[in-house]
Design a protein around this ligand. Structure first.
Ligand code: HEM
Length: 123
């Protein structure tokens, strides 16, 4: 299989930047901040490694953390549509700060929209 992944096309550095900008937004968002640990650096590293893997890069996330089981890992937080919007808006702001081709940005966006909807566990 020679098809190129998003990771192949954009590289590690842009995924690193995306997670950096995302956590900048989290740190400014009162609703999200209540859910996250005070020290955001380890959380940033976990999301970075997860996204590397999701977009077709190295599988370091699963080597360190096991099967993602993201919905289960998020069950301890009350995630309703409003919280989903806080998360998604933070990711959209982050995506806008990374230089990406339109088609790649759209593919990443549609992945995030689906994944964020999937994390809702409360009305
Ligand atoms: C972890 C909130 C959606 C991926 C976390 C954490 C919180 C959180 C509070 C703990 C931070 C840490 O210590 O790692 C939320 C909320 C969401 C959401 C409110 C709203 C929809 C997503 C989505 C993804 C994602 C859509 C994937 C694209 C992750 C990952 C971790 C994590 C990979 C680390 C899991 C681990 O290895 O323990 N999330 N999240 N989250 N989140 Fe989310």
């Amino acid at each position: 299989n020679t098809s190129q992944t998003i990771y192949d096309l954009i590289g590690e550095e842009k995924i690193r930047l995306l997670t950096y900008y995302f956590y900048q937004e989290v740190s400014k968002n009162e609703a999200l901040k209540k859910l996250y640990p005070d020290d955001l650096a380890p959380a940033e590293e976990r999301l970075f490694l997860f996204l590397l893997q999701v977009f077709g890069g190295p599988e370091t996330y699963s080597e360190q953390r096991g099967h993602p089981r993201l919905r289960m890992r998020h069950a301890k937080w009350k995630i309703d549509a409003a919280m989903r919007d806080h998360w998604m808006n933070s990711m959209l702001v982050a995506l806008d700060q990374v230089e990406l081709e339109t088609n790649i940005k759209e593919a990443m966006m549609s992945y995030f929209v689906k994944a964020a909807n999937h994390m809702i566990n409360h009305e």
